[in-house]
Design a protein around this ligand. Structure first.
Ligand SMILES: Nc1ncnc2c1ncn2[C@@H]1O[C@H](COP(=O)(O)OP(=O)(O)O)[C@@H](O)[C@H]1O
Ligand SMILES: [Mg+2]
Length: 390
């Protein structure tokens, strides 16, 4: 993620200082200028000073005792500087103020008192949206796999999806951020390093150091393994933001196994993802959990990104797919057949299903990979050229 430059407009000196510390604390943004006065007209010298700082984001503090001039300045800044995003910061207790701020052109309304995480999430959303507008550039896409409940099949889906993407397109990374990493076991590789090493060395991490922390699987898939000791040192979410920025610069597709991890880090990674695959079984208890996980991940936006994957799927009389969608609060993306023998022997032997060709379940993962990449420009172009030469 490129560093965002931020201008802070706040009449209150203490609030100005606090916001500055919080912005710089995200480590994905830097405050480049602060203003103690709200601009009142387009000709105001304050506007010129803000313009010359050329900010990506303008944070405008909305004080309870002077909402009208703050809201007016949001409108003015939005008009005068259409290329900068205006974020309003204020109390969530006044719905009318929130609505007015959004109408005036604020892109985000951030709660006061504010936390670094609130700001970080807003910054990530902005960059993700801008990346879409720029037609993805050369950046890779992230697919994150979470389960509704332990044992639903997140790791199985992540590993086999990554292998299917690797064999179809190449240049794929699998990142294991689960509370206890199982991907290396399923792939039968012995990693020397884990995600924790990459995070610990973030200050000097470049592409070659990052790749040296990854373990290469026989087909070329690169694994950044998970922790083998639960509850290690928790890196901050902003460190993950920087790690993922590097990963999408290096790989075409990045598959993440979060399994049961539902914390701000998973939510941040989901915010950076093209699609979040919520893996569940079609039983009442699991779908209930799926709805809770879906809600948590969608709290910071991007609900449409979360899609349901029904694993170990069997037709059950009286229970339809739309029942499952309604219970989980997410649209169905894919169904994976129930093949206990094939799956469990693959895991026990460390030979992933994708390496054992022609099983029904391997075909299912190939189909899932194709579905997730069908709108990808480059994939479409190759499909078209293949079609023409036939
Ligand atoms: N499609 C499937 N058919 C049959 N068994 C499966 C299937 N997917 C997963 N399993 C079984 O479920 C167990 C848990 O899967 P895993 O991927 O580790 O789940 P999670 O990461 O969500 O905890 C595995 O040991 C495997 O035996
Ligand atoms: Mg798992």
């Amino acid at each position: 993620m490129p560093e965002l430059s931020v201008v802070i407009v706040a009449a209150d000196g203490e609030q100005r200082a606090v916001l500055q510390v919080l912005v710089d604390g995200t480590s994905v943004a830097r405050s480049v200028h602060t203003s103690a006065t709200f601009p009142v007209a387009g000709t105001d010298p304050v506007i010129r000073r803000i313009q010359s700082a050329n900010p990506d984001v303008i944070l405008v503090d909305i004080p309870a005792d002077n909402t009208s001039s703050a809201l007016h300045s949001v409108e003015l800044l939005h008009q005068e500087m259409p290329d900068s995003a205006v974020f309003a910061v204020g109390s969530m207790a006044e719905p009318q103020v929130i609505v007015s701020a959004m109408r005036a052109g604020a892109r985000e309304f951030i709660e006061r008192p504010t936390t670094t995480t609130d700001l970080l999430e807003a910054f990530v959303r902005l960059t993700a949206a801008q990346r879409k507008v720029r037609r993805e550039g050369a950046r890779g896409k992230v697919f994150t796999v979470v389960n509704a409940k332990g044992g639903s099949g997140a790791t199985t889906v992540a590993v086999n999806l990554a292998l299917a993407l690797q064999s179809a397109h190449g240049n794929v990374a699998l990142i294991d951020i689960a509370p206890l990493g199982h991907t290396a076991l399923q792939m039968n590789v012995k990693p020397l390093f884990t995600v924790a090493d990459a995070i610990r060395n973030l200050h000097r991490l470049d592409s070659s150091l990052l790749e040296s922390f990854m373990t290469r699987h026989s087909g070329g898939l690169q694994l950044l393994a998970g922790t083998s000791a639960p509850a290690g040192v928790e890196p901050s979410t902003s460190e993950f933001a920087r790690l993922f920025d590097m990963l999408v610069g290096l790989f075409r597709y990045v598959v993440v196994d979060a399994s049961t991890r539902t914390d701000p880090t998973t939510r941040l990674v989901c915010n950076l993802s093209e699609t979040v695959l919520l893996v569940a079984h079609a039983d009442v208890a699991t779908l209930w959990s799926a709805a809770r996980v879906q809600q948590y991940l969608s709290e910071t936006g991007g609900r449409d990104r979360v899609r349901l994957v029904l694993n170990r799927f069997r037709k059950i009389a009286g229970f339809s797919e739309s029942d499952a969608e309604a219970a989980a609060g997410a649209k169905l993306l894919w169904k994976i057949p129930n093949q206990y023998f094939a799956v469990s022997t693959a895991i026990d032997r460390g030979i992933p299903l994708m390496q054992q060709n022609h099983t029904e379940i391997a075909r299912s993962f190939i189909g899932l990979a194709a579905r997730l990449t069908e709108n990808d420009e480059e994939v479409r172009r190759t499909a078209w050229s293949l079609f023409k030469t036939v």
